[in-house]
Design a binder for this molecule. Structure first.
Ligand SMILES: *[C@@H]1O[C@H](CO)[C@@H](O)[C@H](O)[C@H]1NC(C)=O
Ligand SMILES: *[C@@H]1O[C@H](CO)[C@@H](O)[C@H](O)[C@H]1NC(C)=O
Ligand SMILES: *[C@@H]1O[C@H](CO)[C@@H](O)[C@H](O)[C@H]1NC(C)=O
Length: 648
């Protein structure tokens, strides 16, 4: 009996175990179905989407209406036809106008309320039942080490972002004089066009709410969210549904990847406001940002304006106000920079509220009259994905009758990414976009670019961009040439002379290396080093007729001497230049002689560094020193021109 009893007990335990296992398997199946629901709709899956977990299972998806209207018919007579539109099948999610249901009342997606944190949200949905709780708990556990994963996925700490209210207010950063500014009663209406591709939920929605919370209703025509073929699950039906409850927000989805320019052009073609405000999908607006922009555009419809772009830290999401004055520029590699330029600051107290003409504007936030945008050629449809479109637009606007400026009483913060949000499918994409700019807009000056980006040069040698349409546009609009742009709009940009045998990589015979300065290192140290020659144009320098050796893509840094060290320092504007910066190249001996000291430039490898020199000066492979002239190969140099003088 006891034996039998024990056997029954064992069987019972087995049965329990099996039942448990079965239950577990069923639960797992149900869960994985939940997980996969959104994934199965997209071909590629970008990892398990976290958001849809908090949806109610079984709730019907929002109906998506295929917009069958011919987009070409909708474009007004003044609008340039956009080829990409005709090829696209547009999916429209109609905005349910006048809905009285604020999104906060819905329980089917995560809503971030001011002051709520993850824990309170996790328990805010009692109807989830046991299964839902299990999932949430599981996520809570996984979250502890998910910050790194978030940074890898998005280029910023999305875990921190999720804990911050979608309606957070930025601390006041405007100049006090701005608060007293008065704007016209009848400003034009604005359409905010926000393109996104796989943006994080919190940053995207914070951008939208920030616009809705700060832009006066009478001026904000609409917010157009344009989905540039996102793959992440949370940007699918959950977003459609969320948006359908927001007044004045429309969602447009492209079924083809358009890139920034194409995506914004699509939004522009659908916009009804008089002024387009293009905005990146990870921004937060300062109070009163819209009115100063609209005022400047209303005064002159060919004016393209940007707010001061403040910075949101990618790790902490702290808001950091940018110092005024600031303007947008680009260098000879066609890379864009915001330039803090105290020299431009007048003693005029008005300068705190006065707009500053800017040779270029970043792509983060941009306000432009809708008709002017179309008539000046929208964005170049030949540009791929992203990068460079802001420089193309800048040169075009200035050259073809418009202007650009930064408006200091308008501030919008932009989330700085740790790394680019999307990886380029191929690294040459950026070069191809640059080539389009160089060939369309830079005339003979494009050679200066190709010498500093030899990859672009070699691509250009094997293929020609089709810029027929853009050249036609340029002719049709009677645009000015690049020489005019350089002398009138951006006279501060140094124009390299790039003389044969006096420019290129500075090659040292004794070490077989090239003069180098680690890119990205700030100028506090400034010590030049030597490094293997790259052949990319990154080590390009230019000995000009002023006898300065100009360095860097701006050509704004000069070979200078600090004791026996050769360092870089900002080149002075004055002419003739200061004697400490003058060098003479003796072609016969290959010596580069510092004119003030009459010492010669010598390359010294790391192990050859004299004991007296401070250890930290050169952590690189070596350094450049001034030494009494001799004929040692370490004092023999030549300028290696990587790109034939004929140019591209
Ligand atoms: C804010 O910006 C300034 C200047 O760019 C920088 O020195 C400072 O570290 C930044 N602060 C934060 C909190 O990021
Ligand atoms: C360049 O593009 C235009 C239209 O944009 C087209 O008509 C032309 O055939 C293209 N040329 C080449 C060589 O592909
Ligand atoms: C050299 O650099 C290290 C860290 O890189 C620093 O701790 C040290 O103080 C520096 N020494 C000098 C002399 O600057």
């Amino acid at each position: 009996m006891r034996l039998w009893g024990r056997a029954t007990a064992a069987r019972r335990r087995m049965l329990c175990l099996w039942l448990l296992l079965l239950g577990f398997a069923l639960a797992t199946l149900a869960l994985s179905d939940l997980f996969n629901r959104d994934r199965s709709r997209t071909q590629q899956n970008p990892g398990p989407p976290r958001r849809p977990l908090q949806r109610f299972p079984g709730e019907p998806d929002l109906e998506v209406i295929v917009d069958s209207r011919d987009p070409a018919l909708e474009l007004g007579a003044d609008l340039a036809p956009l080829k990409s539109l005709q090829e696209d099948q547009l999916l429209f999610v109609p905005s349910t106008q006048g809905t009285k249901n604020p999104p906060q009342k819905k329980g089917s997606y995560k809503v971030l309320l001011p002051g709520t944190n993850r824990d309170t949200r996790a328990t805010a949905h009692p109807t989830h039942g046991e299964m839902g709780k299990a999932v949430v708990l599981h996520l809570e556990g996984a979250e502890r080490d998910s910050e790194i994963a978030a940074v890898q996925k998005y280029g910023f700490n999305e875990v921190v972002s999720e804990k911050i209210s979608l309606h957070r207010r930025l601390p006041e950063a405007r100049h006090p004089a701005c608060l007293g500014e008065r704007y016209s009663e009848s400003l034009p209406s604005a359409s905010a066009v926000i393109c996104f591709h796989d943006e994080a939920w919190s940053t995207l929605l914070r951008t939208v709410h920030s616009v809705l919370d700060t832009a006066p209703k009478q001026y904000l025509q609409e917010v157009l969210l344009v989905d540039d073929l996102s793959l992440h699950g949370h940007l699918k039906n959950v977003l459609s549904e969320y948006v359908s409850h927001l007044d004045g927000v429309r969602l447009i989805r492209s079924t083809r990847r358009l890139g920034v320019g194409g995506c914004r052009a699509l939004g522009a073609a659908r916009a009804a406001g008089e002024v387009l405000v293009f905005m990146d999908s990870h921004c937060e607006c300062q109070k009163g940002w819209l009115e100063p922009l609209l005022e400047r555009v209303a005064q002159d419809r060919t004016r393209v304006v940007s707010p001061i772009m403040d910075v949101i830290d990618w790790q902490t999401f702290q808001y950091n106000a940018t110092q005024w004055p600031v303007r947008g520029v680009f260098d000879w590699k066609l890379d864009f920079h915001w330039e803090s330029n105290p020299q431009l600051q007048d003693k005029d107290p008005e300068s705190a509220v006065q707009s500053l003409r800017s040779p270029a504007l970043g792509g983060g936030v941009l306000a432009i009259d809708r008709h002017f945008f179309q008539s000046v050629g929208a964005y170049d449809p030949g540009m791929l994905l992203w990068g460079e479109e802001q420089i193309e637009l800048s040169i075009r606007v200035w050259s073809c009758g418009g202007s650009m400026e930064v408006v200091p009483c308008s501030r919008v913060a932009h989330l700085d990414h740790h790394h680019p949000p999307y990886q380029f499918p191929d690294q040459e994409l950026l070069q191809r976009n640059k080539i389009r700019i160089a060939d369309t807009w830079m005339d003979a000056y494009r050679k200066i670019f190709y010498r500093r980006d030899t990859l672009a040069h070699f691509i250009r040698q094997s293929e020609s961009p089709n810029i027929t349409e853009r050249l036609r546009l340029k002719r049709g609009l009677g645009c000015r040439n690049f020489h005019w742009y350089l002398t009138t709009v951006y006279p501060q940009l140094y124009i390299p002379q790039d003389r044969p045998a006096l420019s290129g990589e500075l090659y040292n015979v004794g070490t077989g290396s090239c003069a180098d300065y680690p890119r990205g290192q700030d100028l506090q140290d400034g010590a030049m080093s030597i490094a293997p020659c790259t052949g990319t144009g990154s080590q390009h320098c230019d000995l000009n007729s002023e006898l300065e050796v100009r360095w860097g893509p701006m050509g704004a840094l000069c070979f200078d001497a600090r004791g026996e060290r050769v360092v870089l320092s900002p080149c002075p504007r004055q002419r003739p230049t200061i004697s400490r910066l003058r060098w003479k190249f003796i072609k016969l001996s290959g010596q580069l002689v510092h004119q003030q000291s009459q010492l010669c430039l010598e390359a010294v490898k790391e192990e050859g560094l004299p004991q007296s020199s401070p250890k930290n000066v050169s952590t690189h492979t070596g350094g450049l020193f001034l030494r009494p002239c001799n004929h040692h190969p370490r004092q023999q140099w030549h300028f290696e021109q990587l790109v034939a003088p004929k140019g591209a």
